[in-house]
Design a protein around this ligand. Structure first.
Ligand code: ADP
Ligand code: ASP
Ligand code: MG
Length: 414
């Protein structure tokens, strides 16, 4: 029988009423003739609340204990959904990640899936049951509990989709699909009917929360068709799939913003060969992921290097960079948390010129200063002041004509 995976995010299971709605939807899918596997996130903001709780107990709790703590959220939601389905007269069974053999590496709080042993799920499906799996969690070869990074239930769903060869993985959330920009920021954002894996991957890595970037990467690698849609409506959402030639016609598919960026600057560095190699090797050795790098022109034998990292890595990065500064005789280190990265993403950027210039002029016309720039084949990103981020998104969204067309709206009203 064809397998379908449905993943419901925290807002889709935020309270008992919503859980009952999800139960109804899951049963409908089963009755339509699918082997149905459901992956759940924790209820509402449970994960955030658990992390806050941990930090009220200790300044820097160990990542192992954080994983033991935050993996509990999903165990609650799956048990409740199984009860809801059972009480509607349909058979369901819930499992944690470890119970169904989601084996990961041992990098706590952002573990990678190494393998999945699907026998247990396959067996339950063959007994006619709906299988409900706790998202976001796994177990190491040494029986340690791990989690898969924030938003990791998406990854659980896609990975199960790959091993069970699912017809589709449906990601149910609180918006109707993937939009041209966050619909909470650009009110006229449009739902995209389709998006390529590569565009979605860029958008997710550049701050579009609707799907975890690792999950998109996995879907692309194993060719898993994904449908992002709303648990609050029956409408079709956005299909994420392999690119087709016609997709290149759209120059800019979407605008994204990431407010979790921070900038570190090393000032007054001796300007000689090998210095950049030394700095970034030391940072890499500490497992610090660097995003954009800018080096200023040298003056009097000294130069400055600035780079961006994820905001939650800032404290650690500054500590490491200060040690490097001392060792290489740099003058000082400064840091800045109040930055954001706005980006435009689209396959068509490969074959069109002048797109970056158009982006810069949209920001200039709103008086937004660009502090750093980074480009790749299908995206251009600018670092700007964080407080101007939403204004920038709206300006770019309008400049590239991504919003709903006013004329079309007027026509529909008639
Ligand atoms: P879930 O709890 O279902 O996993 P998330 O909070 O992870 O949901 O993701 C859904 C949110 O992503 C939406 O509420 C929306 O505000 C945000 N979002 C940001 N950018 C976009 C975009 N381009 N399209 C759709 N949603 C977006
Ligand atoms: N509950 C986890 C989180 O909030 C996983 C998820 O929602 O996908 O990050
Ligand atoms: Mg999510």
């Amino acid at each position: 029988m064809a397998v379908i995976i449905q993943k419901y995010g925290g807002s889709s299971v935020a309270n008992p009423e919503r859980i009952k709605v999800v139960a109804g939807r899951v049963i409908e899918t089963k009755k339509a003739g699918y082997d149905t596997v459901v992956v759940l996130s924790a209820i509402g903001n449970t994960t955030d609340e658990l992390i806050k709780l941990a930090h009220r107990i200790a300044d820097s709790p160990s990542h192992r204990e954080i994983d033991v703590l935050i993996s509990t959220g999903e165990q609650v939601s799956v048990a409740l959904l199984a009860m809801a389905v059972n009480s509607l007269g349909c058979e369901a069974i819930s499992f944690t990640g470890p119970q169904i053999g989601i084996v990961t590496d041992n990098v706590h709080t952002r573990a990678r899936i190494v393998k999945i042993e699907p026998e247990k799920i396959v067996n339950e499906l063959s007994l006619g049951r709906i299988v409900i799996v706790a998202g976001f969690q796994g177990i190491t070869q040494d029986s340690e509990i791990t989690t898969l990074g924030r938003g990791g239930s998406d990854l659980t769903a896609v990975a199960l989709g790959a091993v069970l060869k699912a017809e589709v993985v449906e990601i149910y959330t609180d918006v109707e699909g993937v939009y041209t920009a966050d619909p909470r920021v650009a009110k006229d954002a449009r739902k995209l009917p389709v998006i390529s894996y590569d565009e979605m991957l860029e958008m997710a890595s550049l701050g579009t929360q609707v799907m975890q970037s690792r999950a998109v990467e996995f879907a692309k690698r194993f060719d898993v068709p994904v449908h992002v849609r709303s648990s609050f409506s029956k409408d079709t959402g956005t299909l994420i799939r392999e690119e087709a030639k016609s997709m290149e016609k759209i120059v800019v598919r979407g605008v994204t913003v990431d407010k979790n960026d921070a900038k570190v600057s090393l000032l007054g560095i001796p300007d000689r060969p090998g210095i950049a190699a030394l700095i970034f090797k030391r940072l890499a050795d500490e497992d610090i992921n660097i995003d954009i790098i800018v080096q200023n022109a040298s003056e009097g034998g000294k130069s400055d290097i600035s780079f961006t990292v994820m905001g939650d890595e800032l404290k650690r990065t500054v500590e490491v960079t200060e040690k490097i500064a001392k060792d290489i005789g740099a003058k000082r280190v400064s840091s800045d948390k109040d930055i954001a990265k706005v980006s435009i993403v689209g396959l068509g950027m490969r074959s069109h010129s002048g797109i970056a210039a158009k982006m810069f002029s949209a920001l200039a016309s709103e008086n937004i200063n660009i502090e750093m720039i980074s480009t790749s084949e299908i995206k251009t990103s600018c670092i700007i002041r964080e407080k101007l981020a939403n204004k920038a998104v709206r300006a770019l969204h309008a400049k590239f004509g991504l919003g709903k067309q006013r004329k079309a709206r007027r026509k529909r009203k008639k």
